[in-house]
Design a protein around this ligand. Structure first.
Ligand code: ATP
Ligand code: MG
Length: 231
């Protein structure tokens, strides 16, 4: 099973946008997919509620649902048939309480906006994560995504603070997503950008290639591991 956890304690970095689009991508690729929403704002859960019936199905788990006669760990367990779990997390994340989700992840994605403020916040977040969860920069599961990069701006200049952060931490930098209204359009319809049509979509989808290839590799690695464990 592939488990992708998206984290960054900075609000508005793109956690929900990544979560909904990754979930819809894998659901469309034939994976039985579950989206776990840990945010009390429930943005991923609202997205799933507005998902049209014709679209590929995604199981929804809202972590803050009131539980009657069910333990929390049972509530958070995806359907046994699930092949892909995507976990959306809140800003101001309690990393200690989130340790188990991170420990069981095959991929941990940190979306970061390119402004200096966001880059500094991401640096602090990563240091806190190292301290509280013992996840190191060398951890093969961790990758940074630059999000909302304006396609008209001079990219090298725009991305300089982010590149400095990545170089100083030595974390993998896996994709640069464009700032595009297609993400908002897709969210409003309960869809991912891979499910939209239109002239401008291809440019946005192209930005996902390296990220999706990496996630598919992580899925393959986890499949092989499970196979070995069952032998
Ligand atoms: N690449 C993008 N292009 C354009 N808009 C984007 C992009 N990524 C995110 N957004 C928009 O930015 C806003 C914040 O994104 P999102 O909700 O995904 O962030 P978040 O990290 O989940 O925020 P929170 O911490 O509040 O949960 C949303 O309105 C979303 O549609
Ligand atoms: Mg969110």
């Amino acid at each position: 099973m592939l488990k992708v956890v998206i984290v960054n304690s900075k609000g508005g970095a793109g956690k929900t946008t990544l979560s909904t689009n990754i979930a819809s991508y894998f659901a469309n690729s034939g994976y039985k997919t579950t989206l776990i929403d840990h945010d009390t704002q429930a943005s991923s859960t609202y997205w799933l509620k507005s998902r049209p019936e014709y679209a590929s199905q995604i199981q929804s788990i809202y972590a803050h649902d009131r539980l009657f006669g069910v333990t929390r760990s049972w509530h958070l367990k995806p359907d046994p048939q699930t092949q892909c779990v995507v976990v959306d997390s809140p800003s101001a994340l309690d990393l200690i309480g989130f340790k188990d989700e991170l420990a069981s992840a095959n991929a941990i994605l940190i979306p970061v906006l390119s402004s200096t403020i966001d880059v500094h916040a991401a640096l602090d977040f990563f240091k806190e994560m190292q301290l509280k969860t013992k996840i190191q920069h060398t951890d093969q599961r961790v990758a940074i995504i630059a999000n909302r990069i304006h396609h008209r701006s001079h990219l090298p200049l725009n991305l300089q603070p982010l590149r400095q952060l990545i170089n100083s931490l030595g974390i993998k930098f896996i994709a640069t997503l464009r700032d595009s209204e297609n993400y908002l359009k897709a969210y409003e319809q309960g869809l991912g950008i891979f499910e939209l049509e239109g002239r401008t979509i291809k440019k946005d989808i192209d930005c996902w290639c390296s990220l999706l290839t990496w996630l598919e590799t992580r899925a393959e690695i986890s499949k092989q591991k499970e196979h070995q464990e069952h032998r």
